[in-house]
Design a protein around this ligand. Structure first.
Ligand SMILES: [Zn+2]
Ligand SMILES: [Zn+2]
Length: 142
């Protein structure tokens, strides 16, 4: 994850705004998936209003820079997607039940199923849940 946030935004042909930059940087440095509330609290001194923050988070998800998952409490949580990952509907994802982060599994290609005549697929997903390497290490150290 070395590519600088501004470059990643520009690569999409999108405008680099202070809010987009701040949120992307925050997700990049986070060690767990963040809720709207976490993002709001972490960036409270930047004077970005809540509506803007929500829009930025939605935009990051739509442009494939971040993943959005719903946690056990049905709260949306956001985490950074792998840079330069191919389309997220073409690879599998791993969701860690401890930190809530979602990882792109670029090497796991999803087979596009053959559909009956007249059906069209919008997205095909495969997601694995469990414990990521980082959380597994923490548990092992206890
Ligand atoms: Zn984890
Ligand atoms: Zn992905």
């Amino acid at each position: 994850m070395n590519s600088d946030p501004a470059t990643r935004i520009r690569a999409l042909g999108a405008r680099v705004t202070p809010a987009r930059l701040a949120v992307l940087r925050l997700l990049e440095g986070a060690d767990r998936a963040l809720s709207h509330h976490d993002v709001e609290a972490a960036l409270s001194d930047l004077d970005i209003d809540r509506v803007t923050l929500y829009r930025v988070l939605d935009w990051l998800v739509e442009s494939g820079l971040a993943h959005r998952v719903t946690d056990a409490q049905r709260v949306f949580r956001f985490s950074l997607a792998a840079p330069n990952a191919p389309q997220h509907d073409q690879h599998a994802h791993f969701r860690c039940e401890d930190c809530g982060k979602v990882f792109c599994l670029d090497d796991v290609q999803i087979a596009q199923p053959a559909l009956p005549k007249g059906f069209s697929a919008k997205s095909v997903g495969l997601s694995v849940t469990g414990q990521c390497a980082q959380c597994d290490r923490h548990t092992a150290a206890k």
